[in-house]
Design a binder for this molecule. Structure first.
Ligand code: IMP
Ligand code: MG
Length: 181
């Protein structure tokens, strides 16, 4: 699988360093918001699993985790057409501080849908954190408090991000060779 990568966009060292910064920033922000804040991390399966695993170990705060699944783009297609929730929403979110975690902000429909759905459960606050954000209008216009890296509008894989459910295990973020797609 490593040979299918045309170019490494973000190295594992860059990812690790940025996640450490994000963790510090998030910890500081929530301390300021409410020192007794109960945080509920809501990672979006499957792409967010590696990111959330690393991020949460840089969050020395009291937190719970409630994973949710969203219908992925059909087959190999690269654009998502509207997001649909595949799991039931976590219960007991009243007054809790929700931090949605996802791998990448693209069209924004996933983050928007989760935000809207969770807002209805009367949380204390809702924020979102993504590792990557594509520099396109739809992504930049989607409310998202924490962004790891802004990247060009290219299809990327690795560190949890997939192509046809493969390549999630690459330790870096890369672009696939043309002939693989
Ligand atoms: P959105 O709803 O369009 O913002 O898309 C978000 C979801 O689409 C992400 O959680 C990814 O699963 C998937 N996605 C979007 N762009 C890429 C990409 O470049 N590589 C891999 N997955 C992507
Ligand atoms: Mg995904």
């Amino acid at each position: 699988v490593f040979a299918d990568v045309a170019k490494i966009l973000i190295s594992r060292e860059q990812i690790a360093e940025r996640i450490e910064q994000l963790g510090r920033q998030i910890k500081q922000d929530y301390d300021q918001l409410d020192p007794d804040a109960e945080i509920v991390l809501v990672p979006i399966l499957t792409g967010a699993v590696i990111f959330v695993a690393d991020l949460m170990r840089h969050l020395p705060i009291k937190l719970r985790m409630e994973m949710v699944a969203v219908s992925s783009y059909p087959g190999k297609a690269m654009t998502s057409r509207g997001a649909q929730l595949m799991t039931s929403m976590p219960k007991d979110l009243t007054g809790k501080h929700i931090l949605i975690v996802d791998d990448i902000l693209d069209s924004g429909s996933t983050i928007r849908m989760i935000r809207d759905t969770l807002s209805a459960l009367n949380p204390g606050s809702i924020r979102a954190c993504v590792l990557l954000r594509k520099q396109i209008g739809s992504a930049m216009q989607t409310p998202c408090e924490y962004v790891g890296f802004d990247i060009p509008d290219e299809f990327v894989v690795g560190y949890g991000l997939d192509y046809d459910n493969y390549y999630r295990n690459l330790p870096h973020i890369g672009v696939l060779k043309r002939e693989v797609l």
